[in-house]
Design a protein around this ligand. Structure first.
Ligand SMILES: N[C@@H](CCC(=O)N[C@@H](CS)C(=O)NCC(=O)O)C(=O)O
Length: 324
């Protein structure tokens, strides 16, 4: 039996009100419905002194689904820092909306308790990535943009690559800024937009930035700043590896398909093939966490099927004659 139109309208209005209420908890927005990312609050050592830190005193805490944690994990892998800083991978606890330690860490079962132990106010969101100092029992940094700079200066072997060489610094900063605001955060601005106009603006900015990346890689590749992998590549990859799995289907990042940017497509294949990188890309964790946790965007909780990540990333760009 068809549902009467008035009931449908009432249900829609009620759902829309509930959706807005839930979105307020999930993703703060300004008065025009644009998503505004909250700020992190811990930073106690400067990147310039990170190379002086004592070996094995610190732990990097990451999770498999989080793109901000992924960039820190990538620096750890690419600079081969396993001798000088431990890594712990936390798991999402969806019922409680917290990051959970697989085995208790300093007596804490979840990251929120570790934040409290380190003197964080109760109102603080317990986010990853984090660098924890075991000696002082404190979090030294919980902002990924700073964590990757710290890790780039962390004690490492002579062969470890420098990801922010001095002569490239200006160029790296320029790309990092575009990547951070228009791409890393850009996908969230699309997905968490509260109004059509906010979404339309975010989507246009996002794809314009991808266009700029495409042109740059085409002219100056193979990496964003030329011949060497730098922190700008590290920042771009976590967003692009989640593209078809999460951001296109869940955050409406659909204006173009990624393979329509051929240089970006090849750049992603190149980055994915670097030693150790594929092991940091757990597509099941990414998909189940985003689709399972972001209730206001996916109320059914249904987690979609996907091709294997390697087959997707390493596939050839379709021949233009077949789609034009
Ligand atoms: N400013 C942070 C943001 C990190 C962030 O938002 N992490 C998310 C996971 S992708 C998180 O841990 N969220 C937990 C929460 O908000 O309670 C950074 O870039 O390090």
């Amino acid at each position: 039996m068809p549902v009467p139109a008035t009931i449908v309208r009432m249900a829609r209005d009620l759902w829309y009100w509930q959706w807005k209420t839930l979105m307020t908890g999930l993703a703060p927005a300004d008065k025009d419905g644009n998503y505004v990312r909250p700020k992190a609050n811990f930073l106690q050592i400067s990147p310039q002194t990170a190379h002086l830190v004592e070996k094995s005193r610190y732990t990097l805490i990451v999770g498999r689904s989080c793109p901000w944690a992924h960039r820190a994990w990538l620096v750890w892998i690419i600079r081969n820092l396993r001798e000088t800083i431990n890594v712990i991978i936390v798991e999402p606890d969806r019922k409680r909306g917290k990051w959970r330690f697989v085995t208790p860490f300093n007596g804490c079962h979840n990251l929120y308790d570790l934040y409290l132990l380190c003197g964080s106010p109760k109102s603080q969101r317990a986010t990853i990535p984090v660098i924890f100092d075991q000696k002082e029992m404190t979090i030294i940094c919980n902002e990924s943009a700073q964590i990757i700079e710290l890790l780039n200066n962390w004690p490492a072997s002579m062969e470890s690559p420098e990801l922010m060489p001095f002569s490239y610094q200006k160029t790296i900063e320029k790309w990092r800024e575009l990547v951070q605001f228009d791409i890393n955060d850009g996908v969230y601005k699309c997905g968490f937009a509260r109004q059509q106009s906010a979404y339309t603006k975010a989507s246009a900015t996002l794809f314009e930035a991808l266009g700029i990346m495409e042109e740059n890689l085409n002219k100056n590749g193979p990496w964003l700043c030329g011949l060497h992998v730098t922190l700008s590549d590290i920042c771009l990859f976590p967003t692009l590896i989640r593209w078809e799995l999460v951001y296109a289907p869940l955050f409406n990042c659909n204006r173009h398909l990624l393979w329509q940017f051929p240089s970006i497509w090849q750049w992603r294949q190149r980055f994915f093939s670097l030693p150790g990188v594929a092991d940091t890309c757990d597509s099941e964790a990414m998909v189940s966490d985003y689709f399972g946790s972001l209730f206001p965007l996916n109320p059914s909780g249904i987690v979609p099927d996907n091709p294997s990540l390697a087959s997707l990333v390493l596939s050839l760009i379709p021949d233009p004659r077949h789609y034009e």
